[in-house]
Design a protein around this ligand. Structure first.
Ligand code: PMP
Length: 292
């Protein structure tokens, strides 16, 4: 199971089977912590500075003192090297650390810092080729004035509830609305639709994570001459879309062929295909050049 997984735990490289955290770590006890998922290609982490920036912002929101980004960069390259993988997935985690059983974060003196390198395949190649099915879940994203979805925290129960609904419905993914009934995102992906030649996606203030793949896709669309707009989307917009796809570090780009039983006009659509090719090209370009 952990054949390729390599871990860096609080400054030490350790084999996956021996990598562990204390049961008194508040990350474990209360979900008090943050994380990032990063892909690496050709042993190079893709857009690592953006992930470390988002990690640092999540840490600021939690008032969590995390190590300097250089520490993360070194840990990332240490686990990549140790994994012997060319391409893979990294998980960077910072927890509140060990404290008393009570919830008070002030009792935790040092954050726990973990970096894992492993493989991750979210969908099979066959599923990606034909597109996946999704439902709009009864579970809603929390509003930015509650637990702000822009914080990438260890609290993923909302996504897990939504994914359980999708599993129960026998489809591959769930789409969460916000409290106003507008589209937010998938359980671990941002969502895009094409309509009248325009690429549309909800703004982070609608309850979406400020996804790094999302930002990359918006950038690539602009380069390809596809008009883009952050906007409010409802279920109707999804059902009547010309195309729909998810984006995420784990997912990369995944086309959607059906939502709540409604067949999406084209899947995989033309815009999706152009963007998926452009994304693969960009990844190749950025991870084979000599710049750090
Ligand atoms: N939304 C959620 C809830 C996620 O967990 C993720 C995965 N990090 C995304 C969106 C996609 O973000 P990114 O492209 O930065 O991976």
């Amino acid at each position: 199971m952990f054949e390729h997984a390599r871990c860096w735990v609080n400054g030490q490289l350790v084999p996956a089977e021996q990598a562990s955290v204390s049961v008194f770590d508040h990350g474990f006890l209360y979900g008090d912590g943050i994380f990032e998922g990063v892909r690496f290609y050709n042993k190079r982490a893709f857009r690592l500075p953006l992930h470390l920036k988002r990690l640092q912002r999540s840490a600021a929101a939690l008032q969590l003192q995390i190590p300097h980004e250089e520490v993360f960069i070194q840990a990332v390259y240490a686990v990549i090297e140790a994994s012997e993988l060319q391409d893979g997935y990294l998980r960077i985690i910072a927890t509140r650390g060990v404290g008393v059983l009570g919830i008070n974060p002030a009792t935790c003196k040092e954050p726990g810092v973990i970096v894992i390198a492993d493989q991750l395949q979210m969908v099979s190649d066959a599923e990606r080729a034909k597109g996946i099915r999704a439902i709009i879940t009864a579970t809603r994203r929390s509003q930015p004035d509650r637990l702000d979805p822009r914080i990438k925290s260890l609290n993923y129960l909302t996504s897990i509830f939504a994914r359980m609904e999708a599993n129960f419905a026998g489809v591959e993914e769930g789409i969460l609305l916000n409290d106003r009934g507008c589209v937010a995102e998938g359980t671990a992906e941002n969502i895009f639709i094409m309509r009248d030649g325009e690429l549309l996606t909800p703004a982070p203030t609608e309850g979406a994570l400020a996804g790094i793949t999302r930002a990359t896709v918006l950038e690539l669309a602009a380069q390809l001459g596809i008009k883009t707009r952050e906007t409010v989307l409802t279920a109707y917009d999804l059902y009547s879309a010309d195309e729909c796809f998810f984006t995420g570090t784990g997912a990369r780009l995944i086309p959607v062929r059906e939502i709540d039983g409604r067949k999406i006009q084209t899947c995989p659509g033309e815009a999706y295909q152009r963007l998926a090719v452009a994304f693969a090209d960009l990844v190749h370009q950025e991870t084979t050049s000599l710049s750090p």
